[in-house]
Design a protein around this ligand. Structure first.
Ligand code: SF4
Length: 244
């Protein structure tokens, strides 16, 4: 909408690349970044610091909100730090550098940050926790109240593609439908998620629990095992959700 003049031009479109995005997201960025730039939108990709790009840090603390099972079979969930370390902190480092380059100080509201939250998830629209950044929600403000479906319609009306949901390929918040979609995508993402699932399992064994990517507290492979029965005939139905 910014590129086509339906929203005011921005100083930069900032993409936080967690390094674990799905293949389709990287493909989408590769294809559409030049399109944005050709229309005057400066695209900036920020990344986490190298020592943050790990699933467990040196102290054994994990970044991910993993599901846990203790020796009595009780379930739990670890606190996540991935959003902060992989998305918010890199953006703020870039913003600080950009302000310094322009000789600006972190005065209240010096940065306006537009976020594409739609009316379906309006509860996620919050005030920024630092004063120098003011969050703006163009789909929810100034008489606007756009749903996700309305945004999809807008993209279709403008002959623009619908991107896949942007999330880390191994995110424990994935729904079953999202896992199914990753498995059926045919990219290497499913294999990578399986490897990560395996790698996290016993990292906290000394603390008395095992870790999982899915709330069923079983290896990821098992949760989608039923699907594999259908793998030879995925064209039976175009809707991957039907396999649930
Ligand atoms: S998508 Fe999931 S794993 Fe990735 S940063 Fe967000 S919460 Fe963490």
């Amino acid at each position: 909408m910014v590129a086509l003049g339906e929203l005011p031009m921005v100083d930069a479109a900032v993409h936080s690349d967690t390094q674990f995005e799905r293949s389709e997201t990287y493909e989408f960025a590769k294809q559409w970044t030049p399109w944005l730039e050709a229309r005057g939108v400066r695209v900036v990709t920020v990344k986490p610091r190298k020592n943050s790009m790990v699933l467990f840090d040196d102290t054994g603390r994990t970044m991910l909100p993993l599901y846990t099972k203790d020796t009595n079979g009780n379930g739990g969930m670890l606190k996540r730090t991935c959003t902060n370390r992989w998305k918010i902190a890199p953006q703020r480092r870039w913003a600080s550098d950009e302000l310094a380059r322009r000789g600006l100080k972190k005065t209240p509201g010096v940065i306006e940050k537009m976020l594409g939250i739609t009316s379906d998830e309006a509860h996620r629209a919050k005030t920024n926790d630092v004063k120098y950044i003011v969050n703006k929600y163009p789909f929810l403000e100034d008489g606007c109240w756009l749903s996700r479906a309305a945004v999809v319609r807008w993209l279709k009306d403008h002959d623009l593609p619908i991107p896949v949901k942007s999330a880390c390929l191994m995110c424990p918040y994935h729904s079953r439908a999202a896992w199914d979609e990753i498995k059926l995508s045919g990219s290497g993402d499913w294999q990578r998620a399986l490897e990560i699932d395996e790698a996290i399992r016993n990292k906290r064994k000394r603390a008395g629990y095992t870790c999982y990517l899915v709330p069923e507290l079983v290896p990821l492979e098992q949760i989608c095992a039923q699907m594999s029965l259908w793998n030879d005939a995925p064209t039976l139905c175009g809707n991957v959700g039907c396999f649930l």
